[in-house]
Design a protein around this ligand. Structure first.
Ligand SMILES: [Zn+2]
Length: 190
C-alpha cells in the first residue's frame, strides 16, 4: 500500500521515466502565453514551432503553447528570425502548465508532448515500507539525502526547502535515517 502526497515547490524541469524505454528523461512543463490580438492567431496555428490552443473552459482564451523540451533550440536569436509576431511573445506574462509538457529522452532520443502523471511518472521513486518515496530529479534527491544526513535537520538550511517541509514525517524519523541513506545511495546509481 502506498500513500500519495504532494510535496510542493515543483521545479519547471523534472526527471521522469521515459514512456517508451523507461530510462531517464527530462520533462519540461509547457509555457502558455495569452495571444494578445486575434490577428496573431493564424501565425500560431500554422507555425511548426508553437502550438495554438483555444481554451474554451471558463472564459474564452487564445493561448500559444511553447514546449521548451521540444524546441529548446529556439533561443532569442532564432525566435527573432521567425517573423514579426513570434518575438512579441517572449512576454513575461507566461503561465506554466501544471501537467502539460514534453519530454526528451537521452537513451532512445524520443522527444514528445506528454501529459504528466505525477508521481507515477517519476524516475526516482521507490516504495519504502509502504510509503512512496520520490524525488523530482537527481539534484532534489541529493538535497533530500543532505537533509536526512544532517544533524540539525533544519529544512531552510537545505536546497528544495519547501519540499523538505512537506517530506512525510515517516521518512524523517530517526530510526529511518540509516535505511533512507542506503536507499537514496542506491537510487543515485540509477
Ligand atoms: Zn526513452
Amino acid at each position: 500500500m502506498t500513500y500519495i502526497y504532494q510535496w510542493g515547490g515543483m521545479p519547471r524541469e523534472i526527471e521522469i521515466a521515459c514512456p517508451l524505454c523507461q530510462k531517464k528523461a527530462v520533462f519540461q512543463f509547457a509555457r502558455m502565453i495569452p495571444i494578445a490580438r486575434k490577428a496573431h492567431i493564424p501565425f500560431f496555428e500554422k507555425s511548426p514551432h508553437f502550438e495554438y490552443f483555444h481554451n474554451k473552459n471558463g472564459y474564452s482564451r487564445h493561448l500559444v503553447i511553447y514546449q521548451p523540451a521540444i524546441f529548446a533550440e529556439l533561443d532569442k536569436n532564432k525566435i527573432a528570425t521567425l517573423g514579426e509576431i513570434a518575438p512579441l511573445y517572449q512576454s513575461p506574462l507566461i503561465w506554466i502548465s501544471d501537467s502539460m509538457g514534453a519530454y526528451h529522452c537521452f537513451s532512445c532520443h524520443s522527444k514528445k508532448p506528454h501529459h504528466l502523471n505525477w508521481q507515477k511518472d517519476a524516475f526516482y521513486k521507490t516504495d519504502i515500507r509502504g510509503h512512496l518515496f520520490w524525488a523530482y530529479d537527481k539534484e532534489h534527491l541529493l538535497a533530500i539525502r543532505d537533509f536526512i544526513y544532517s544533524k540539525e535537520r533544519k529544512e531552510k538550511n537545505h536546497a528544495y526547502a519547501i519540499s523538505l517541509y512537506h517530506l512525510p514525517t515517516f521518512f524523517k524519523q530517526k530510526k529511518m535515517r540509516e535505511p533512507m541513506l542506503k536507499i537514496i545511495d542506491k537510487m543515485l546509481l540509477m
